[in-house]
Design a protein around this ligand. Structure first.
Ligand SMILES: Cc1cc2nc3c(=O)[nH]c(=O)nc-3n(C[C@H](O)[C@H](O)[C@H](O)COP(=O)(O)O)c2cc1C
Length: 185
């Protein structure tokens, strides 16, 4: 049984690595997903979204992402846990530091994770904040911001949220269209 587990883990790791693209290639839609995650729930959502998007997908955690990562992408997807009604500080700083010249050329979709308690609504959620911040910089927001529910602060995700993430990833890919630029761009 343990051997089966380790094989499954290896297959999972290899699959994970295959989503990590270092250079854009070909003419397919190019998507970059930048996410943050403290307890791992947003990361799980981000991976399911990545797996559902056809074409070339870069999946990057926010601390490792640079603005250049987005340069040349057609679609930018950002995802963060909701903390105090907003995105996490590293995600906010990353978005603040993105040059208009880069983000003005991409389409955007934003998601967050959140708890479903009524009081949390008062503070708002991360995804609308991120979408608004990037819209101000010229991003074309292609989809309404989306939220995925965690049962408690540290998770787990509510039932059905991973499946919903996959479905949302497919919707994202339909919203993305290849950026037409000069040859070689
Ligand atoms: C300090 C803190 C503040 C939080 N504030 C909110 C909030 O305002 N609204 C909300 O819906 N969830 C809030 N949460 C719950 C987080 O959204 C939840 O921890 C997150 O979705 C888990 O994602 P992760 O596993 O990727 O870190 C908060 C959690 C922490 C730890």
């Amino acid at each position: 049984m343990r051997r089966v587990d380790s094989i499954m883990q290896r297959v999972y790791e290899e699959r994970k690595q295959s989503r990590r693209v270092t250079a854009w290639k070909g003419n397919c839609v190019k998507t970059v997903i930048v996410y943050n995650s403290v307890f791992g729930n947003t990361e799980q959502i981000a991976r399911h979204i990545a797996d559902a998007i056809p074409g070339t997908v870069k999946l990057v955690k926010v601390g490792k992402a640079s603005p250049q990562e987005i340069s040349g992408a057609d679609m930018l997807v950002v995802g963060s846990p909701t903390v105090g009604g907003r995105a996490t500080r590293p995600m906010q700083e990353f978005l603040d530091n993105l040059p208009k010249g880069i983000v003005g050329k991409v389409s955007l979709a934003a998601f967050d994770t959140r708890i479903s308690m009524k009081f949390a609504q008062i503070f708002g959620y991360a995804a609308p904040c991120m979408a608004e911040a990037l819209k101000q910089k010229g991003c074309a927001v292609k989809l309404p911001p989306e939220g995925f529910i965690v049962k408690r602060r540290n998770g787990p995700l509510a039932d059905g949220e991973l499946e919903r993430a996959s479905a949302w990833g497919k919707t994202v890919s339909r919203g993305a269209s290849r950026r037409m630029g000069p040859p070689g761009e």
